[in-house]
Design a protein around this ligand. Structure first.
Ligand SMILES: Cc1cc2nc3c(=O)[nH]c(=O)nc-3n(C[C@H](O)[C@H](O)[C@H](O)COP(=O)(O)OP(=O)(O)OC[C@H]3O[C@@H](n4cnc5c(N)ncnc54)[C@H](O)[C@@H]3O)c2cc1C
Length: 351
């Protein structure tokens, strides 16, 4: 007798913020999904994410806001500085002590965000070491080919597989554009540091670079550095954690950066994987004119609309967009189910 191949209802490719957010949103609406992740565990690359009030609204809808509030400090101020003159350019107050002034801003540790989004998912929702390499259409289903040679059929396919998305490629979306800039990020565990008690986000605008620090919790400081690699040696340094740190420090030390901020980068642990990555984005007209969905397949998150990190709004927008998409998907899935039920009834009557 021929064994029937199991057909999945919903497959999500990628277990990043958007993949897990989608799976959790569907789960809260009573829809089971399977998440295929190419890595062998959740990837916390990127260290931390600044979250503004719009992100908190989305996190609350997904039911993970309070879990994350417990482990991350409320940031009190944003300070924007010129690294050329050393002057403060602008300041904004978000909160006083634990009192929010209508602006909830925190810097989330990426591993804790992924943990929050995955902890309520039913067991076996995420299948690790499952890299999708090729997609085929088989009637109305999508046949997914995995790197280990196995295949899997699904009724609905959602590509949350980041900037190198195979689903976006399959949909025919054009390749991403390089912004000309690269970014490096890191984290420092500094329980006793005076800087970690200041609870602020501080930006520094310098000559062809932008740097920033913020606090995740009492002990941890997140930093980032975006810059224009200007020659071959700088491009090559991107691959090497030691060289990239030297390059960042030389740029910071030749400008008017506070000494304690430079020390944060100087003391960051290289074994955490300090790297630099080119910043890419999708040309907005490609979203308007390209296929962001086809029948029962679509993309979300960075696979859909990757942005440069200038506004610190990527995850907020990604989550808000997910919630809108979720409503549309749930409606679509319910319509599909009703159509299927009617078809089975008609068949029963005929038989
Ligand atoms: C320097 C920098 C700073 C940033 N700072 C901020 C910030 O402060 N605030 C903010 O909101 N955002 C920030 N962002 C952006 C934010 O990190 C991204 O928008 C967000 O992580 C995208 O999530 P995602 O789930 O769509 O994609 P990803 O996080 O890239 O997740 C994709 C997942 O899919 C998996 N995958 C990929 N291909 C396959 C495949 N073929 N098969 C199976 N699995 C696959 C990957 O392993 C990965 O786990 C920053 C980005 C950069 C570069």
């Amino acid at each position: 007798m021929r064994r029937m191949e199991k057909i999945e209802e919903v497959v999500i490719v990628g277990a990043g913020v958007s993949g897990l957010g989608t799976a959790l949103g569907l789960h809260r609406k009573g829809i089971r999904s399977l998440v295929l992740e190419s890595s062998d565990s959740l990837r916390a690359a990127g260290f931390a994410i600044l979250t503004w009030p719009n992100a908190w609204k989305a996190l609350d809808v997904l039911g993970v806001g309070d879990f994350l509030r417990e482990t991350h400090v409320l940031l009190q101020r944003l300070v924007i500085n010129s690294a050329t003159t050393g002057e403060v350019i602008a300041e904004r107050t978000f909160s006083r002590g634990e009192q929010r002034l209508n602006l909830e801003v925190r810097s989330l540790k990426r591993n804790l965000l992924l943990e929050a989004l995955s902890k309520d998912l039913p067991p076996e929702t995420i299948r690790f070491s499952s890299k999708v390499v090729y997609i085929e259409e088989v009637g109305k289903l999508k046949l997914l080919h995995l790197a280990d040679g196995s295949t899997l059929k699904t009724k609905v396919l959602i590509g949350c597989d980041g900037v190198n998305s195979v689903v976006a490629k399959w949909l025919g979306l054009r390749p991403l554009l390089f912004s000309g800039r690269s970014a490096s990020r890191g984290i420092l565990n500094a329980p006793q540091s005076s800087i970690s008690r200041r609870r602020l986000i501080e930006y520094f605008f310098g000559e062809a670079f932008r740097a920033g620090i913020s606090h995740c919790d009492e002990d941890t400081i997140y930093w980032f550095f975006t810059w224009y690699p200007s020659n071959q040696a700088e491009k090559e340094a991107e691959e090497n954690p030691q060289k990239i740190r030297e390059l960042i420090l030389s740029k910071l030390k030749s400008s008017k950066m506070p000494k304690d901020v430079i020390e944060i980068i100087e003391n960051s642990d290289l074994s955490n994987g300090l790297v630099s990555a080119p910043l890419r984005f999708r040309w907005p007209f490609d979203l308007l004119w390209g296929n962001i969905c086809k029948d029962n397949a679509c993309v979300a998150g960075d696979a859909f609309h990757p942005m440069t990190p200038d506004l610190g709004q990527e995850v907020a927008l990604l989550l808000k967009m997910l919630l809108c998409l979720l409503d549309a998907w749930v409606k679509h899935l319910q319509e599909m189910e009703t159509r299927q039920r009617k078809k089975s009834l008609r068949k029963l009557r005929r038989d």
